[in-house]
Design a protein around this ligand. Structure first.
Ligand SMILES: [Zn+2]
Length: 683
């Protein structure tokens, strides 16, 4: 293989982009004329058939270091960082012009977070009233009220696969699983300060170390907040959480929507989860008028209610105090921020350095007033031509899915019909939402970071509760436009491609279609295919959880999926830790089907077939968009808890596509080689 074939325009653009301090819209084509790097690394560059990820990204991997404030680093995070730099500059510029309304909320929120002197001077002042309420809890009735008051709509199990809250429960307001016409409250497990039940229950050295460190962290935070006997309190909090963890569903349980489809009436809670006054709880949480709930994690709801009854009041008060301080720690004086980083950054993820204040400030803005910041970004940075070109790519890729579904020999006609209906009614949001969310009534002060965070969370919760009783809006976005990401929303039968991901290395107005289809095209295909993977196939064209496949369709799909589970189960991240093919199945299926559909669409855009060289560009675009490095601790966390496979193994899915073998002349005996009958073909 010639060294020059590895140096694609996109790859050069990536390399240059990631070495520079700022990124901007680096035109990939303009970089093509840049001198190719000397071939001194040629020996070290793996053959595509042995390590395709290492082959395409050799130069990037050699030159790139993980920034000190990160657990991992890649094409997506670099783009995210560059975009964030631009947004912060935009916020600073805008602030100087005395803005009003929501723009003012963005600039004041950001300013308050950046004013460290004011934060030091403020101390715990804005959090004190919350902590005093907890101190004043006299009995279990008051406890239930306080637990309810802490509840927020802070989880989203289906769109964002966000199952985590350190409040006792998480709420999500969305259409019902079998009732697409009505918004319904979902209730999820919560209350753990470690990421997952496995951290409390798995018996290995790493987990033992983390548990000890976590208890020390609880004590340190309580001590900083002025509590007496912090170690004793920490032991109580930890023991309570360990018991909660025993009742929690596993990460795999959380990913299984069938296990989550439990509708409980208000009356059911008393019968199925005795131990607390649920009616009082829901009243205090603003959900008193609701009669139907979807109980996403029934064992945890039952277990948690029992623990409200069984565990001493003081343990619960310590639990509430710790989680209040821990949750808002980022808005408190430096000592709190440092302690949180010491545990969650350094110990948990191996991150050597806290990220700069401006980055944390922007991420707080994104949580507090996402659409207000997104609107500012789009007005400045997202051109109409980009939206139009993307929409063309989207419709080509949807078309290629349509053809793939038609061509399937194993799928029954009735199943095909519903699949086609699902494609026909798919809402694809490109760039930004049709309607912006506004924040009228949210009080943001330029000098009260902690108070702003608290008020913004309460405001967001009220906004979500206000959806109850209204008509379901399938065009509602769940992700702000200035975030580098993309999402499939199965119940809404909708996709969001925020403006920020529509930049190099994912999309470049100046790059070839081969590169764009390989990069953003594969992302688009990935998201569309979620509508038909093991998760999405459970929702029909109306977004109803309904089995619309015949038994035979399901069997064939499961067999094909089982091959992919085995393929990913066999990958070793560390000698003692393999990938979890079951946990990552949905995402691996989406990668595979998405890449195949993007390749089809690219070929159609050429009016037929591509040459092997063009296909090579396509696959290079794909692998380059996954350029990534991770620290060991961070990679271990990802393998254990993330539904996505780490970047390298996502790239390896190319080995399931025949065109990749032709493009790179991959031969039997090479590490990634699969005989044609071993290649997984689901769609
Ligand atoms: Zn996905």
């Amino acid at each position: 293989m010639q060294a020059s074939t590895r140096v694609t325009p996109l790859k050069l653009a990536l390399t240059l982009a990631f070495c520079g301090a700022t990124f901007g819209l680096v035109p990939a084509i303009a970089q093509q004329a840049a001198p190719a790097p000397a071939a001194q690394t040629q020996d070290a560059v793996p053959q595509p058939g042995d390590d395709f990820f290492g082959h395409v990204n050799a130069e990037w991997l050699a030159k790139t270091q993980i920034p000190a404030d990160k657990g991992s680093w890649g094409a997506g995070s670099a783009l995210g960082d560059a975009t964030n730099e631009r947004i912060v500059k935009l916020i600073d510029e805008t602030a100087a012009k005395s803005p009003t309304g929501d723009t003012r909320r963005v600039t004041d929120f950001y300013r308050s977070f950046m004013d460290e002197a004011a934060i030091e001077a403020h101390g715990l002042k804005s959090l004190k009233p919350e902590l005093e309420k907890i101190d004043a809890i006299k009995d279990k009735a008051a406890l239930v009220h306080a637990l309810a008051a802490s509840i927020r709509a802070d989880v989203d199990p289906l769109n964002s696969t966000n199952f985590y809250t350190e409040n006792l429960f998480g709420i999500w307001i969305a259409q019902g699983l079998t009732d697409p016409n009505h918004y319904t409250p979902y209730i999820l497990q919560g209350g753990l300060g470690l990421p997952d039940r496995a951290y409390y229950l798995d018996d290995n050295q790493r987990m033992h170390q983390l548990r000890t460190a976590y208890q020390a962290h609880i004590a340190a935070m309580l001590k900083l907040a002025g509590y007496s006997e912090p170690e004793t309190r920490a032991a109580r909090v930890y023991e309570l959480e360990r018991k909660l963890a025993q009742a929690h569903g596993s990460r795999e349980d959380s990913a299984d929507i069938q296990k989550a489809n439990n509708t409980w009436t208000m009356r059911d809670f008393a019968a199925k989860a005795p131990g607390m006054d649920w009616r009082a709880f829901f009243r205090a949480a603003g959900l008193g008028k609701q009669n139907k709930f979807i109980v996403y994690h029934p064992s945890a709801i039952t277990g948690s209610a029992a623990l409200v009854n069984e565990m001493p009041l003081q343990a619960w008060k310590d639990f509430l105090a710790f989680h209040t301080v821990n949750h808002f720690g980022g808005f408190l004086p430096k000592a709190f921020v440092d302690q949180r980083f010491e545990f969650y950054g350094r110990t948990m993820n191996g991150t050597p350095q806290l990220s700069p204040r401006w980055k944390r400030g922007l991420s707080a803005v994104n949580n507090a007033v996402p659409d207000a910041a997104g609107k500012m970004y789009v007005e400045r940075y997202f051109p109409a031509e980009a939206k139009a070109r993307l929409q063309t790519m989207v419709s080509n890729i949807v078309d290629s899915f349509r053809k793939r579904v038609d061509a399937l020999d194993w799928m029954a006609p009735a199943t095909k019909k519903e699949a086609q209906e699902k494609l026909r009614t798919l809402y694809v949001g490109v760039g930004y939402p049709d309607k912006w969310t506004t924040y009228d009534g949210l009080e943001i002060k330029p000098d009260d970071a902690m108070g702003n965070a608290l008020r913004a969370e309460q405001f967001h919760y009220k906004q979500q509760l206000a959806k109850l009783g209204k008509k379901v809006d399938p065009t509602e976005w769940c992700m702000p436009p200035h975030v580098v990401n993309a999402v499939n929303m199965p119940m809404q039968n909708a996709l969001n491609f925020p403006a920020a991901i529509l930049q190099p290395p994912f999309f470049d107005m100046k790059a070839s279609d081969a590169l764009n289809y390989g990069a953003i095209g594969a992302v688009i295909g990935h998201e569309i295919s979620h509508s038909f993977d093991d998760q999405g196939a459970q929702f029909d064209s109306k977004g109803r959880l309904r089995d619309w496949w015949t038994k035979e369709d399901g069997e064939h799909f499961k067999q094909a999926a089982a091959k992919l589970v085995a393929q990913y189960d066999s990958y070793e991240a560390f000698p003692d830790l393999k990938l979890n093919g079951t946990l990552t199945l949905s995402e691996n299926l989406a990668d595979l089907a998405g890449l195949a559909a993007a390749l089809d669409a690219y070929h159609v855009s050429l009016g037929g077939k591509a040459t092997p060289v063009q296909d090579r560009d396509f696959f290079n675009g794909y692998a380059a968009s996954w350029a990534n490095k991770a620290r060991d601790a961070s990679l271990r966390n990802q393998v254990m808890t993330d539904g996505h496979s780490p970047a390298k193994w996502r790239t390896y899915t190319v080995r399931n596509l025949d065109a990749w073998y032709q493009a790179y002349d991959v031969k039997p005996g090479q590490k990634l080689y699969l005989a044609p009958e071993q290649r997984v073909r689901v769609w």
